[in-house]
Each structure stands twice: as structure tokens, then as C-alpha cells.
Design a protein around this ligand. Sequence first.
Ligand code: ADP
Ligand code: MG
Length: 695
Amino acid sequence: MEAKLHLPELFGSQVFSEETMKERLSSASYGAWKRCVTEGTSLDISTANEIAEAMKQWAVAKGATHFTHWFQPMTGVTAEKHDSFITPAGGGKIIMEFSGKELVRGEPDASSFPSGGLRATFEARGYTAWDPTSFAFIKEDSLCIPTIFCSYSGHALDKKTPLLRSMDEVSRQAIRILRLFGDTETKRVTAQVGPEQEYFLIDKELYSRRKDLQMTGRTLFGAKPPRGQELEDHYFGAIKPRVAAYMKDLDETLWALGVLSKTKHNEVAPSQHEMAPIYSDANTACDHNQLAMEMMKKVADRHGLVCLLHEKPFAGVNGSGKHDNWSLGTDTGRNLFKPGSTPSQNARFLLFLAAFIKGVDDYQDFLRTTVATAGNDHRLGAQEAPPAVLSIFLGDELNAVVESIIHGTHYTDAEKKMLKVGVDVLPAVRQDNTDRNRTSPMAFTGNKFEFRMLGSSQSVSGPNIALNTIMAEELEQFADQLEKAEDFQTALHQLVKKTFTEHQRIIFNGNGYEDAWLQEAERRGLSNLKSTADALPAYIAPKNIELFVKHGIYTEEEVRARYEIHVENYATVISIEAKTMIDMIRHDILPAVSNYAADLCARADSKKRMDVPCAYEINTAKCVAEITDHLMEECRILASDLEDMPAGPEEAMRYCHNTLIPDMDIARSSVDALEVLTAAGYWPMPVYSQLLFSV
Ligand code: ADP
Ligand code: MG
């Protein structure tokens, strides 16, 4: 019989957690680590040596043989290079060693990671440095040490460094505001993130027969199956045994790694599911989301399944996104986006709300760029995910509060029990504000904002770097004004009123999927950057560069480097898709349909000789052959256009969007028409009904 799972023991069993450190370190070393984490002090080498030794003993006792610095280069996934603990000890023997130096700093060859030109190839080395705010853990017999990744000249080459910088910055500015409200206790404000992760599960054997899934993560062809998500029976539906076994294994794997996997359910599309963890600080949340994505794939493999994290694996059914729930919390346990129970807390809440609203309005274009990828272009604005236009949903009640402040009217709602009326002129806000709106890109959900535009495969660090930095900027502007004010209450009220008035255009509480909204958004002057090619140039708009440089998140070079990486990534993804398409059309699809047509003709021929009617064979063969010839020509055009790809990265991005994607759309529709006509035995790959309903 299987041993019963004891969850509290399993949870974090593979993590060198704070508790483990307390147990295994001298109190001096533990104290030094704690100060390093909470106050940003540095660790001396003897402390680092002691921590390394304790980590090694703990890891070796758990069967680890290697260690690796685990970092997040600008590929969007994680990187690791494993070194074993072995050191020769004479006489052909070894001992297991791991030093403080190895813990704190590594020097991987950085030359093959994207750097956007930041690292000249002659200076190939980069270095990794331990991030002591994220716990080390054991994964597949390796002790993994979360690290940042920089070039020798000190430029960030990863997604963690700027995230940590942005967390510090938003904390610093938020504390200035808290001091104005008489809070002398709070030492640190933490950006808190809970990322909900969607994914598809399909059968591994079927996957192995789809080159497109293997090469690009999505199907490049596939006619609509007789049934998609129309019955709306999959969302929250009963979980099938094979999926349930997968989810259980995934949960246990994640729990051992200290990931707070909390919620699992079926999503809207057939074969689509979701996992949501309990929120944590933004840095841990990003690390854990990376781990979760990795484990989702690895655990699937153990179950004869493949986990697809692509934003749009299948046309015609919903794609996958990631909801980034974001808030600010104090080290005294307060959530700054929770309407309070006292007038002063309410005023503070309204000020943070105003800063957020202004920030999203001021930097809507930049926020849009943080979710701009080739994969996500299939979702945004396609009636299954928010439109490409940023707006904020507040819910009826909070919206009424904002309106009353703007118009200076008295806000009361006799039917609802209100909290105490706020500071003189600021109205009270009810605490459980739980309106729901699934179409909004940025929804207030009671005590946090839910940024819903993210793609399922992307790292959550980019969007959170942006949210933190934007918030830091607005809080800084507010603090600058309020610190100078003679009468804080009056200045506060004026500031809140002015901000709501000037930025009300970004608030939208209606249905974001309707065309009417896009027209309204245009009247309001909101930016509608429909595709990645349209959006990315905003990444380097002067005001956006200025924002990040001013707050020390990126240097101008770093912003431009990241821009280049995103631009190149887009063109690379599209050209891989185009090449895969050409390959499949030439090597699999054209030969298969030609066979089919030939067999039909042969059969028609023999029927004719026997004087048997053969209209079916002849008509089908004619249809197939006609589309086949079109397809041959469409494929030739695609291949020739692909050859003409411009050399400059920006031109290439536009060219992919304007020329290659339309070429691919045309070829796809011919292939899908052929799939519908072709007898099952001839079609060279599994079709949608098999892929979507096999698990
Ligand atoms: P849904 O949006 O699907 O209703 P939940 O209400 O369960 O889902 O919340 C979604 C995510 O939001 C979870 O990861 C949860 O931990 C996270 N979350 C809850 N409160 C906060 C908060 N204050 N800050 C950030 N994330 C939060
Ligand atoms: Mg949600």
C-alpha cells in the first residue's frame, strides 16, 4: 500500500529554507543572512563559507551530487550549469566540497545568451551572484542557487536583477507616503504577486506526430473539429483521472520545492487547465512561476503527456494566459490596496489607488509592450483575452467613489453598509469589493490588481518590473508634492481629486470585448497597439527610457538592449513558424493529398471501366487537386518571401508582421480545406479532435 502523504512534512522538503538555516547555521551567521535580506547588508566571506558548508551538508544528505547557479537570462526561461561537489582527496579518493566563493559568485560563459549587444563577444564571461532573498533548493540531485546574471561591466543580463531593483524602488517611495500618514513602523513595502498559470495537456504519442507542435509549440494547421468549447462544459468541469493523476503529481513536486500550489481546475478550452499558487513577494513568485512551468512539462512527461504553455496552441478555442495578481504589502502586515476600516486608512487607500490609476494611464504603452510576444498576438483582442487597449476596471462601487470625488458630490449608498465616513472630504469605501469582470486587462479585485494580458509562456518578471517602477514613479511625484504641503489633508484631497479627474479616461467598467469599447477608447485617446510589431517601438519611447533610468532600474543601454532582444525574438519566432510550415507542406501535406487524389482517380478509372458511377471520386479528386495546386503556389510564395527577409531587426519585425503572417494565413486555410476533404487514412498527422479530446 502506498504510504500516506504527510503534506506539512513534504512541503519545502527540498528547500534550504529560513527554518533550515536557523537549525543549521550558527546564530551569528543566521543573523548575518537575515540582516542581508532585510536590510541589504553584505555577507563577509567567512559567513558565506559557513552557509555554503551547511547548504552542502544538507543537500548531500538529501542525495545531491551537484550544485548550480540557477538564473534567468533574457531568453525568458531559466539556465543552469551543474558542477559536482567532488574534489580529489589523494589516493584516488574524493571529498565533497562547496565553498562560500562558489556559493556567492559564478562565472558562466555568457557568450551564447541573448545580450542585445551588451556583452561584446571578446568579453564572453558573465557572472552570477547569489540572491540571498530567494531560497536555494534541490532539483534532480542538484543544489540550485538562485542568482542574478550580469556582464563583467555590470550590465544586467537577466530578468531578476531589474526586478529586485524595482522592488527596492517601489518600497522606498511607498515608505515616503506611509510616513506622511504617520506610519513610523513600516521598514519595507513588498510587491506581492500571485500568478495564475494556464496550460494545455495533450497525449505525448500524438504530439510526437506533429512537427509544428514540436518546433513551434503550437499547431500551424488544423481544421475546426466538430466540437470545440461550445458546450461550455469544460470550465471547472470534473477532472478526468489521467489529468487528476498529473495534477496530484505536479502539486507534490511543487510543494516539495516550496511552491505554494493552491488551486487547480479545468479551464475553458478542452484539454486546458489552470494552476494558481498563493501569492508571495514578487521575486519568489517569479522564481516559483519559472519552476512551476518547468515542472509542468517534466511531470507531464512522466504521465505520457505533453504540457503546452504556448499562448495559442489551437486555433478556434481559447488560448492560455497568465493572470498577474499584484499588490503592495507592508512588513507590518498591511495590504496597501485594501480599503481600510478607519478614515485615515481609507484616505491612504485612495491615494495608492490614484497613483496606480495615473501610472497605468501614463505608461499604458509600456505596459502593453511587456506582454507583446508573437504568441500573445493570437490572444489579445481576439474576444478570449483582454483587448490590446489598457484600461482599469474598478467595479461599480469603487467607480462611484471615484466619480463622487471628481464631482465633489456626496457619496452614500443607503442599501450597502458603509465603513466610517472618511477624512472629512474623502468618502468611505466598502471593504469587500468583489465585482467581477473577465474582459478587463487590469481589474481591481478587492485588494489587488489583476493584470490579465500576460501570455502563458512568458516570465512574469517583465510586467512586474513595469508595475513596480511605474508605481514608484507616481508615488515619488505624490510624495514630492505632499511633503511640501502646508496642510496635508487639503493637499491630499486636492491631489486625489486632480489625479482622478485627469486620468479618469483609463477607467472602464464595461465589456472590453465589444467593438464599441475600441471606438470609445479611441475617442478617449487611449493607445491601441494591436500587435507586437505595433507595440514594441513604445519600449524605447523617450518617456519610458527616462522612467527606468531615473529609478535606476535599467541604464539606457540596458533598455535598448532589451528592446532589441524582444524585436529579434519576434522575427525569429515567426521565421521558425514559416520554415516549419514550408517543411510540413512540402514533405508531408502535398505528398499525402497527391496520393489521395491519385488513388481517387485510379478508383474512378476502374469504376468507369466497369460502368459504375464515380462522381464522388472524380469530384473529390478535382477539389483536392485544385486546392493542392493553389497550396503549392502559396507555399512557393511563402518560401520566396522568407528569403527576402530584411536584415535590420526592426524591418524584419515589420516584414514578418506585414508579409509572412498573411502568407502563412493563406497557406493555412488551403491546408485546412484539404484536411476536411481528405480521407482519414491519408492525412499525415493527428487532427484537432484527436489532439483536444484524447486525454
Ligand atoms: P481568481 O482571480 O481566479 O478568482 P483568486 O481570488 O484565488 O483567483 O486569486 C488569484 C491569485 O491572486 C492567487 O494566486 C492569490 O494568491 C492571489 N492573491 C490574493 N491576494 C493577493 C494580494 N493581496 N496580492 C497579490 N496576489 C494576491
Ligand atoms: Mg483570476
